[in-house]
Write a protein of this length. Structure first.
Length: 383
């Protein structure tokens, strides 16, 4: 038993150092990542096609379209394409009413009967798009009024082909929603920092954009279509693999897109299983390595805490590893919540940290045989 604890302690101390350095490097990269700035008299010039894949979003689609109608971007340069993914509720009918009277060109289409899923919806939308820049958001999201202007400005200034923007959760209530909001702050920082470092590993499909031409040149989601999810991260890997340095993070509060948290524990775990399944099918070695690091540090943290409960004490090296893990996460969330204006969420950090350890281990262990529900469809992860 003592030998096991000693070996475990050495492993945890080593992994704790690696994890701490990983977070620290990303924090410095985030701080170094320039904030997008544009002059007050900036005039957009790019035709944009907004693609909104929608399935069973009758409660949110109207608000999503309403937020787009309030964009400060020139109306004559916006094309809105809503793609209905065989909704079984009133999404399509509500969307039809919501686009009436809009000053921007709008189209409502349905994907073919033998196709389904977000990737198919995006592909169908882009087939019908005429914009030079394609911007993707979800039907349950609301955008900042300057969202399109911020994304287009970075497109013209950076010379990049793909753009990832920040996503935040609106008005979280209760532990589960506050936890998701806190976690998303940290993930957003890691997303931007990774892109800044030239090793993009994270992005959020509720706020991405890419050039129409690069989507066609890379044959869209061909080669990454085995997983029903991954229209964001897997396509980002594809762009980066073929054109290193051409993925860009839009660090601008004007570029915010807002969404709601998963309301139930079942929906939360389904979402996390779906997210994890993307990493298992990415064929990205660095992504796999970082995923293993995150799983290992959380798994060892759980073992360390259990050893306290069983043995009543914690070895010095175990304490060292656990302390580094907790310190790294706190620093990440302190920086992240400061930028996103959500420092008040830090009060749940102790409980959130424990929950992160437990759910990360649970999902990591069960993902290979767990199914998940996404848009009222049941999927099994493709490994």
């Amino acid at each position: 038993m003592h030998v096991f604890i000693h070996v475990l302690s050495l492993c945890f101390a080593f992994i704790g150092v690696i994890y701490f350095l990983y977070i620290l490097v990303h924090l410095f990269a985030w701080i170094k990542l320039p904030t997008a700035n544009r002059s007050d008299d900036y005039t957009p010039q790019t035709k944009i096609s907004i693609i909104i894949p929608a399935r069973n979003e009758e409660s949110t689609i109207s608000a999503c379209i309403g937020a787009i109608s309030e964009q400060t971007y020139p109306a004559n340069l916006i094309e809105l394409i809503i793609v209905d993914d065989h909704s079984t509720d009133n999404t399509k009918e509500i969307a039809k009413k919501a686009v009436l009277g809009l000053k921007i060109a709008s189209h409502l289409i349905t994907i073919e009967e033998d196709h389904h899923g977000k990737k198919s919806a995006i592909t169908e939308g882009i087939k019908n798009a005429s914009g030079e820049l394609v911007v993707i958001t979800d039907a349950d999201c609301k955008s900042n009024p300057n969202w399109l202007t911020a994304m287009e400005h970075e497109y013209r200034q950076s010379g990049a082909y793909m753009f990832c923007g920040p996503v935040q959760i609106t008005q979280p209530r209760g532990f589960l929603e506050c936890f998701q909001s806190l976690e998303l702050c940290g993930l957003s920082v890691l997303s931007g920092a990774g892109i800044q470092l030239g090793i993009p590993l994270l992005c959020n499909g509720a706020n991405v954009a890419y050039t129409h031409s690069i989507f066609n040149k890379l044959h869209g989601f061909s080669g990454i279509d085995a997983n029903p999810s991954g229209d964001d991260v897997l396509f980002m890997f594809k762009v980066h693999q073929n054109y290193p340095g051409k993925v860009w993070y839009v660090k601008s509060k004007d570029a915010f897109v807002f969404t709601s948290a998963q309301a139930t524990w079942h929906d939360f775990f389904s979402q996390r299983t779906r997210w994890t399944s993307k990493g298992l099918t990415s064929n990205n070695r660095l992504n796999s390595l970082i995923s293993a690091l995150v799983f290992a540090v959380n798994f060892l943290s759980v073992i360390a805490i259990l050893s306290i409960l069983v043995c009543g004490k914690l070895s010095g090296l175990l304490m060292y590893g656990l302390g580094l893990k907790i310190l790294a996460d706190f620093l990440l969330l302190l920086v992240a919540t400061s930028y996103f204006g959500k420092k008040s969420l830090l009060w749940i950090f102790p409980l959130a940290e424990l929950f992160t350890m437990l759910y990360t281990v649970w999902v990591g262990v069960t993902v290979s045989f767990s199914s998940y529900n996404w848009k009222d469809r049941i999927y099994k992860p493709h490994l």
